[in-house]
Design a protein around this ligand. Structure first.
Ligand code: ADP
Length: 402
């Protein structure tokens, strides 16, 4: 064993929850994982899972804020022998949603970095404040260990200007930092690299379309390891149909709803972000439930599925054109990894593009990266499970390792 500190704690602080995972970076193993939910609410709860699968629940501790939540998590980690002040801890990696144009790489956190993340709050009002709370609390708990911010937007900062800009009045756009930033970047980076490994090629030599389909969903076009386009924009609302978000719509829908339906900006924001997408179309956002309902002949569920997969196909076609040559299409996240029917429908009719899935391979479940296209196809279609936490740990560790 090396004497160097080799453990990395990854923190993902949301508005009312904190997720954490502790990694041993010598072999990338997960030493512990946990979730604190309903912070500041009644029924706050911490669930801590050890590497051997033993799970502990803490429901009686008062968890009024993120500081209390992180302290409770730190206590659980210490009980397993991994105190936050342990010299074996090499870094704490924080997921930060919005890094704007400036943060193109993982960054060691200092006062200037905190101030810049704070400055980006207007473009990420829901996420950055929660991320900052996590950072500040972790710094209080252990000011000595390096803390690293890993940004959801960073992987997309390589997008060329013609992909990153909207065709808006340029002075107005620049004055208010309106441009396409993209999100889920950590996942797109990880999955595009893993797809190249699966192909047995150097990431610099392959072009990949990554489809990250979770509750939020985004597509990216990755050329030689660099993102050249992605479907989310200024906020995560643009692009694909998602669990509760509309994805692309004519922006005039907003004026129309304001003028004709008398809805306020906040009401329309809520409509497009929380009451649209699959849930708005059929009342469910879980593909398992939608699939079950389709089998019973439910027409609303069928229409929601068709709109969801049609939008996916349009993005596959668009990114095929953007890349010129596609080596692989990689499906990832909850829907992408599990919903064979979504994968099949998204590529249906694309045989002329060299894109086909093999029904047997597609419907055989598995947890490892795998191909679902037949050998003869010129474009490989793959299922590549994402691991954003491991990617954050890897990037943070690379930055602080001697
Ligand atoms: P998040 O964006 O919250 O991280 P996930 O990546 O965990 O989301 O994806 C959650 C979604 O994955 C669920 O809403 C559901 O639609 C889908 N999903 C999960 N498991 C399955 C499955 N076995 N079959 C089909 N869909 C699934």
């Amino acid at each position: 064993m090396s004497d160097h500190p080799s453990r990395v704690l990854v923190l993902n602080s949301g508005s009312s929850s904190v997720k954490y995972q502790l990694f041993d970076m010598t072999d990338h193993s997960r030493l512990a994982a946990g979730l604190v939910e309903r912070i500041g609410e009644k029924g706050a709860r911490l669930t801590h899972t050890r590497a051997d699968g033993e799970r502990r629940e803490v429901t009686d501790a008062p968890l009024p804020d993120h500081a209390a939540a992180l302290k409770a998590a730190a206590r659980e980690l210490a009980a397993d022998g991994y105190g936050l002040d342990d010299p074996g801890l090499a870094a704490i990696g924080h997921r930060v949603v919005h890094g704007g144009k400036r943060f193109t790489e993982p960054t060691v956190i200092d006062d200037a970095v905190i101030a810049e993340i704070e400055r980006l709050v207007p473009v990420a009002p829901l996420h950055n404040p929660a991320n900052l709370t996590g950072i500040r609390t972790a710094l209080e708990l252990n000011p000595r260990v390096p803390q690293v911010a890993v940004f959801d937007t960073a992987f997309h900062t390589t997008m060329p200007e013609h992909a990153a800009r909207y065709a808006l009045d340029i002075a107005t756009a620049d004055a208010h930092r309106v441009r396409r930033y993209g999100f889920h970047g950590t996942s797109h980076a990880y999955v595009s690299r893993r797809t190249a490994e699966l192909l047995g090629k150097d990431v610099a030599d392959v072009n990949v379309i990554v489809l990250h389909l979770g509750n939020g969903a985004s597509a990216s076009a990755v050329a030689g390891g660099r993102c050249v386009d992605t479907s989310m924009g200024l906020t995560p609302l643009e692009g694909l149909v998602m669990g509760t978000r509309s994805g692309d719509i004519d922006p005039a829908v907003i004026f129309h709803l304001s003028r004709v339906a008398g809805m306020s900006v906040d009401e329309i924001d809520d409509l497009l972000n929380k009451r649209s997408g699959l849930v708005g179309l059929c009342g469910d956002n879980d593909l398992r439930e939608i699939t079950r309902r389709m089998a019973e002949g439910d027409e609303a569920a069928r229409l929601a599925f068709d709109i969801y997969t049609y939008r996916l196909k349009k993005y596959i076609g668009a990114y095929y054109a953007v890349l010129g040559r596609v080596d692989a299409i990689a499906f990832t996240a909850g829907v992408g990894e599990n919903a064979a029917n979504v994968r099949a429908a998204a590529v249906e009719g694309l045989v002329g593009f060299g894109v086909v899935v093999d029904e047997k391979l597609n419907t055989t479940p598995g947890g490892e990266p795998r191909f679902i296209s037949p050998q003869y196809a010129s474009v490989a279609v793959a299922v590549v499970p994402t691991d954003e936490e491991l990617e954050i740990a890897t990037q943070a560790f690379a930055l602080v390792s001697p």
